[in-house]
Ligand binder design. Sequence first.
Ligand SMILES: Cc1ncc(COP(=O)(O)O)c(C=O)c1O
Length: 425
Amino acid sequence: MRNEELFLESKKVLVGGVNSPVRAIKPYPFFVSKGQGAKIFDEEGKSYVDYCLAFGPLILGHNNPIIRRTVEKRLNSGWCFGTPTSAELEYAKFITSHVPNVDKIRCVNTGTEATMTAIRLARGFTGRDKIIKIEGAFHGAHDCVLVKAGSGALTHSVPNSKGIPDDVTKNTILIPFNDVDSLEQALKENKDQVAALITEPVIGNAGCILPEQTYLNEIKKILSEHGSLLILDEVITGFRLGMGGAQEYFKVDADIITMGKIVGGGFPIGVMGARNEIMDMITPSGPVYNAGTFNGHPLSISAGLATLKMIKEKNILQRIAETGKNLQKGLSDIINDINLGYQVQGIGPMFQVYFNNKPVWNLDDAKASDADSFLKYCKSLREKGVYLPPSQFECCFVSTSHDNEILNFSLEQFEAALKEIMITR
Ligand SMILES: Cc1ncc(COP(=O)(O)O)c(C=O)c1O
């Protein structure tokens, strides 16, 4: 069946034809039959260089043979037990020995669960109810963070989801990114009531917004002075910006860290970690409840551990940061040459082109971008065999499979697509 027919059929039995809103490309998405290296192939046999990489987990590209063999080996001995496995121990040792301020971890199934439980943990630890959330950041699809959220919520203009009682969101205080004064004011107005601030260190769910140089350290200091915790949501940045994630990159200390994506090697996972006094609040050691049939699923743990070991042994983060830098430089050169004035923003292997004449430092800046032209650019690139996450408010990623040949091909297509935008603008 062709992509369009598959979508028409899917719409009859899947809400909006998809299982997650970010996949609902207009007029219809392509249906993937396989992935290999930097490319995915659709049911019509067309190939695309993939800069979405399943929204971030596939740092080694598609169908990596080492990860596949590791998972196959695991499958041969059974794959789900509901009792501990020694692999979980090895996995936890790896993470706690590389991520700063993490003595213990708890593995859950998604980034959503990790941030949901991290917030519960911060509330349990501090005995306070309120949290501060950054506008445009995305921490998964659970109630208290679905307020001015990024990613699909922003793309589909549902920043505040229906179905969430005011009683829940009244405890979520919103402030802009890169704005220390707003944090100080929020803490002053809610004295001794704020359990934690949760943020992505780099906002990858409203494009790619970097923190100003001292921002993360300043907010950590202010939060500590008020007895509030810093939850750093490293679901995107964990084991991508450094072995110690954004904490290591920006030299900032968080109280609770959440991770996902890369740490599951392409299988479902969420991880949260903190120092002992905080983590020991979680069941069965303490009174903050967390549980899950699939927590620490053997397939996710084995794929995740193999990925993390490879990242370390083959110095992969340095390699993909270099690839990211080259690609961003190529894109900036094209944009300068054709005088388009758009912003290429990125860090290491993650980047976005904002269709915006000014640099983007927060959600309002991001929303001032020409998101419609961005969608035309994505469509044109798909026709040319390059797949980007289909929204101005997502982030692009590179993997170890994005070699020079792939980059050169991509830059030619980027240039052609940007020139088309320039003509139609
Ligand atoms: C920063 C961040 N936190 C949390 C999540 C939620 O993770 P998941 O989709 O695994 O539930 C995402 C998902 O994109 C994310 O980017």
